[in-house]
Design a protein around this ligand. Structure first.
Ligand SMILES: NC(=O)c1ccc[n+]([C@@H]2O[C@H](COP(=O)([O-])OP(=O)(O)OC[C@H]3O[C@@H](n4cnc5c(N)ncnc54)[C@H](OP(=O)(O)O)[C@@H]3O)[C@@H](O)[C@H]2O)c1
Length: 259
C-alpha cells in the first residue's frame, strides 16, 4: 500500500520565507536550524549574541542569514522586519521567539521600570514585529505567525516570575485574538508553549537544585531541548501539516502540565 503520510518534501516548508526573532540561540536557534533543514529560507534576528549568530551562519553554510537588532528600542522591530523582507524577497511566516524573564523580582519590589522592561521585551516588541510583518504576510499564500509563550502563562511560574508569566499569558491570549482577526486574510496564528527547556535562560534564572527538582517531577524524566521545541514549531508553520490549525497554544513540556 502506498503511504499518503506527508514527507519532508511535502511539508510546504521548502522556500518558506521565515523571520525568527532571537533565532540564533536556544529555542529560536533550534527552530531556525530545523526550518533550514526542511528547506525554508530563514532570517534569524539576534540581540547581543554575535558569536552565536556567526556560528549559525557558518554551520548552515549560509542557508540562514542573521542580523542584530535591539527589539526593545523604538525602531528595532520595524528594522528587523524590513531587513527580513528585503533579504528574503517577502515573508511567509514570523516566529516571535525573542523574550526573557529579565530577573526574578518579588511582587512587592516590582517598580514601573521593571514592569516596562519585561512587557517591552515579551509583549510590545512581539506586537510591533507582527504589525510590521502584516502587509508582507497578507501577500503570502502560506502565511502564519508563531508566538513563543510559556508554560508559566498557565501555571503562573515560580516565585519572582509574575511579570514574565503574565507577559507570556498576554501572548497566549493575543494568539487567539489574532487568529480570529487574521483568518479572513488566510493568516494562521499559533503559539508554542515550552516547559522547562535547557537553555541559557535557566543558566540565568534557575539554580541547578531547582532544575534537578523539576527534572525529578517530569513524566518524561528529562528537561527539554531546543530540538524538542523545533519539531512542533515547524509543524505549526507548515501549511501542509497544520493548514487547519489556528488559534492554538501547543504545550511542549515533557508532560509537566497535562490539562
Ligand atoms: N528555556 C525555557 O525553559 C523557556 C520556557 C518557556 C518559554 N521560553 C521562551 O523561549 C524564548 C527563547 O528562550 P530561550 O530559552 O531559548 O533562552 P535564550 O537563549 O535566552 O533566548 C532569548 C532570545 O531572545 C533574544 N533577546 C533577548 N532580549 C532581546 C532584545 N532586547 N532584543 C533582541 N533580542 C533579544 C536573545 O538574543 P541574543 O541572545 O542574541 O541577545 C535570545 O535569542 C523566550 O521567549 C523565552 O521566554 C523559554
Amino acid at each position: 500500500m502506498t503511504s499518503t503520510a506527508p514527507t519532508a518534501t511535502t511539508w510546504g516548508l521548502s522556500g518558506l520565507r521565515v523571520l525568527v526573532t532571537g533565532g540564533a540561540t536556544g529555542i529560536g536557534g533550534g527552530i531556525s536550524r530545523a526550518l533550514a533543514a526542511a528547506g525554508a529560507r530563514v532570517a534569524a534576528h539576534y540581540g547581543r549574541g554575535t558569536e552565536a549568530a556567526r556560528t549559525l551562519e557558518t554551520e548552515t553554510g549560509g542557508a540562514i542569514i542573521t542580523r542584530a537588532a535591539d527589539l526593545t528600542s523604538p525602531g528595532g522591530p520595524a528594522a528587523a522586519v524590513a531587513w527580513a523582507i528585503e533579504s528574503l524577497g517577502g515573508l511567509d511566516a514570523v516566529v516571535n521567539n525573542a523574550g526573557g524573564m529579565v530577573d526574578r523580582v518579588p511582587f512587592e519590589a516590582i517598580d514601573d521600570a521593571f514592569l516596562d522592561t519585561v512587557f517591552d521585551l515579551n509583549a510590545r516588541q512581539a506586537v510591533k514585529i507582527t504589525q510590521a510583518a502584516l502587509p508582507a504576510l497578507t501577500e503570502s499564500k502560506r502565511a502564519s505567525v508563531l508566538f513563543v509563550s510559556s508554560i508559566s502563562a498557565r501555571t503562573g511560574g515560580s516565585p519572582g516570575s509574575s511579570m514574565y508569566s503574565a507577559s507570556k499569558a498576554f501572548l497566549s491570549t493575543l494568539t487567539r485574538s489574532l487568529a480570529r482577526e487574521l483568518a479572513p486574510r488566510g493568516i494562521r496564528v499559533n503559539a508554542l508553549s515550552p516547559g522547562t527547556i535547557d537553555t541559557a535562560f535557566h543558566q540565568r534564572h534557575s539554580t541547578p537544585q531547582k532544575l534537578d527538582g523539576t527534572r525529578a517531577g517530569l513524566p518524561l524524566g528529562r528537561l527539554g531541548t531546543p530540538e524538542d521545541c523545533a519539531g512542533p514549531a515547524i509543524a505549526l508553520l507548515s501549511p501542509v501539516l497544520a493548514g487547519y490549525v489556528t488559534g492554538q497554544v501547543v504545550e511542549v513540556n515533557g508532560g509537566q502540565l497535562m490539562a
